[in-house]
Design a protein. Structure first.
Length: 552
């Protein structure tokens, strides 16, 4: 694409002495391999009819890769590439646009003492794919995870834990089995939250307990009965996280607990208070977001305790200290969009480069078909395992058996095929179907291509020197892979990969229906095309963190 764009750009410069970045798209095959609207781009600037500009350009665009140009509509130019050039595009080549760049990708971000819900599964899947995209573009990627191991939600859970244990008696925790621990802690959080909202005395006790937990962390207390309960139940949460991430094939280089970044956050807020970035208000330290078109938020409350905002400041600075990143990508639910705008605006006042290099991506909520909005406070959440179990049940219903790689492929693809940003309604039966735009459909497509290659001893590494009409559409589609990946990297949007892979599989199906591969005069050439297709399909699924089985 860039080569064609360069040719058009040079021709425009030669004819009109104008520097321009030509628009270039991939039209339906009948309209060429590329189409450009550069004549429309130039019309106003040159004060000329776009049709006349297009005609002149079409007559003068010359390059060995271009065999035909044709004016279409009110100023569009369709462009056909040579077969030689299309054949060269069969190689898996990805633009290394981020070579030597250090990128930190933060995602999933579950809070200890609470259960993993469907949103954590979603952001884990999206974060994995975005990290893969950045890596394939040449970046050095660090995958990190952040969670609140201190704060009011922890105090609520700990208050209910103490109620369940009958006081500060850590020995009683031994009676809770490993299997029951996640749900036991989740139930404690719901009980503690209800008590905080409905019982004045309990609320006062939870507020006091919150201060004690901060003190445990500040003094590094591991010995007192309360500290033993805190550290034990905290470890339960991280063990539970590790087990779940292993199940879905996700790995993190580092967990950032809030307790490890809070000190730097508080110190920074207090320092910037002296410089006028933050202000005091009714005993609290705030950032006046309203002066920046945002809203005002508290960073250190009137009790002297840091809020989520101060901890986020500490996290941003800690990630920079640890990695000296060129780019930071943060992926969260869209419920904290406004909150993060204020945090980033505050940091921008004293560390503008960090904010300029930070991208905050958000997504909506995840619901099962016909589901309702989740709330961990009320306890009616859609858990991450509920989504996986729904896929397993649907797959067993459809095939009569369990296959974890298919079930994971179904869930991941169902999440990733939609543009990141909106809500997701997960339909388990649709996700496992082999007939539509699904992960299992693409996994089966890969297995099917592998079976074709396995049917013959003929080598598929024969050099392709020419293309027949029936082969050209497949080669053309395979050649788009690099462009699609480049776009997905630039936009940090994995759904472009999903759309492309589905279209590629459909193109291959038409090719295979209309062209004999085995025992044909062009067997070697067509096996080469099947192998190239298989390679691209596997590479694309890998970017989505979906397995590409050779048999299904």
């Amino acid at each position: 694409m860039q080569e064609v764009r360069d040719v058009i750009q040079a021709t425009v410069k030669q004819l009109f002495n104008v520097d321009i970045e030509p628009g270039l798209t991939r039209p339906d095959e009948q309209f060429g391999d590329y189409a450009t609207n550069v004549a429309l781009q130039l019309a106003k600037q040159l004060n000329k009819n776009p049709g006349e500009i297009a005609k002149l350009l079409s007559e003068n665009i010359k390059h060995p890769t271009i065999v035909k140009t044709e004016v279409a509509g009110p100023g569009f130019i369709n462009i056909w590439l040579s077969d030689d050039y299309l054949i060269k595009s069969l190689k898996l080549e990805i633009a290394q646009s981020l070579t030597a760049k250090v990128v930190v990708v933060e995602y999933s971000d579950p809070n200890p003492f609470k259960v993993l819900h469907a949103g954590h599964l979603y952001t884990s899947v999206v974060g994995d794919s975005i990290a893969n995209l950045l890596e394939v573009a040449g970046a050095k990627v660090h995958r990190v995870n952040y969670g609140g191991d201190v704060g009011l939600h922890v105090a609520k859970t700990m208050w209910a834990v103490l109620e369940k244990l009958g006081g500060e008696e850590p020995e009683k925790l031994k009676s809770i089995t490993e299997e029951d621990r996640p749900e036991w802690l989740t139930a404690a959080y719901v009980d503690g939250n209800n008590a905080y909202e409905d019982d004045t005395v309990a609320k006062e006790e939870i507020v006091a307990l919150n201060k004690k937990i901060y003190a445990i962390l500040a003094s590094r207390d591991h010995d007192s009965p309360l500290a033993q309960i805190y550290w034990t139940t905290r470890k339960w949460s991280y063990d539970y996280f590790d087990k779940f991430y292993a199940r879905i094939g996700t790995k993190f280089e580092k967990y950032y607990p809030e307790s490890e970044v809070v000190e730097l956050g508080v110190k920074t807020v207090q320092q910037q208070l002296e410089h006028g970035i933050f202000k005091k208000s009714e005993g609290a330290i705030i950032f006046d977001g309203e002066s920046h078109g945002l809203h005002t938020r508290v960073f250190i409350n009137s009790e002297g305790l840091p809020t989520y905002e101060a901890k986020e400041v500490g996290l941003i600075l800690t990630k920079d200290q640890d990695y000296h990143f060129d780019k930071s990508v943060i992926i969260t639910g869209n419920d904290i969009v406004e909150y993060m705008k204020v945090v980033l605006k505050a940091v921008e006042q004293f560390k503008p480069a960090l904010v300029n290099n930070t991208t905050h991506l958000t997504h909506g909520i995840v619901k099962l078909q016909g589901g309702t909005k989740m709330s961990s406070r009320k306890g009616n959440i859609l858990r991450a395992v509920d989504v996986l179990d729904a896929a397993a049940e649907a797959n067993k219903k459809a095939t009569g058996k369990r296959d974890e790689q298919v079930e994971l492929g179904a869930v991941k693809y169902a999440f990733l095929k939609n543009r990141t940003g909106g809500d997701i309604v997960y339909d388990s039966e649709e996700s496992v179907s082999l007939q539509g735009n699904s992960g299992p459909y693409l996994q089966y497509a890969h297995a099917r291509a592998c079976s074709i290659l396995a049917k013959t001893k003929t080598k598929s590494d024969s050099k392709v020197t020419d293309l027949q009409d029936g082969e050209r559409p497949l080669v053309r589609k395979i050649g788009e892979y690099g462009e699609v990946v480049d776009r997905a990297v630039r936009e940090l949007m994995p759904h472009h990969i999903c759309t492309y892979l589905y279209e590629l599989a459909q193109t291959f199906n038409r090719f295979y229906e209309e062209n004999r591969v085995i025992s044909d005069d062009r067997e070697e050439v067509r096996l080469h095309l099947v192998q190239a297709y298989t390679n691209v399909l596997k590479a694309g699924l890998k970017l989505l963190n979906i397995s590409a089985p050779e048999k299904m």
